[in-house]
Design a protein around this ligand. Structure first.
Ligand code: CMP
Length: 143
């Protein structure tokens, strides 16, 4: 079993796509074990996206991710990190394959709807930024 941090970004929330995206994860048989709406602060953005801090696009990324609330989720399942990344598709919505979440709903590199952890190490680090241990629920997943 793996856990991943998944963020439905401001564009996903503002376009009213949360339900559609959550349904994809549920239909795949993944378990949402924690979920909350939060407004990302510049400080949290800097920690979350530390690896991009020096990139030229960081100021624009920070301004986007702090512009409106996000829905933060902890999602659990077999090989969840790879499975979720595959479901999202390529980072750039314009390049993402049809059938993936970004391929179906995004045409932007920055406003690509969803963030998901890319390794077990980053999942642990990112989950610690958004959730405390007591916020994770466990339940029988019927899938
Ligand atoms: P995400 O998977 O959350 O990881 C880093 C984010 O930075 C990425 O999705 C995009 O939202 C954004 N991003 C990545 N590359 C670029 C880029 N070249 N220009 C603008 N934004 C980018």
């Amino acid at each position: 079993m793996q856990r991943s941090l998944v963020l439905l970004k401001p564009d996903c929330v503002q376009r009213g796509l949360m339900g559609k995206v959550i349904s994809r994860f549920e239909e795949k048989g993944l378990a949402i074990i924690a979920m909350k709406m939060i407004h990302v602060t510049p400080e949290l953005s800097a920690k979350h996206y530390a690896e991009h801090a020096e990139k030229p696009f960081y100021p624009s990324l920070e301004s986007f991710i702090t512009s409106a609330p996000v829905l933060a989720m902890a999602i659990e399942g077999l090989e969840a990190i790879t499975v979720i990344r595959d479901m999202l598709g390529a980072t750039n919505g314009l390049k993402a394959a049809p059938g993936t979440i970004r391929g179906d709903f995004s045409s932007s590199r920055q406003m690509n709807l969803v963030h998901a952890s890319d390794s077990e190490e980053s999942a642990k680090r990112e989950l610690d930024l958004y959730f405390s241990e007591g916020e994770f629920c466990s339940f029988e997943n019927a899938m």
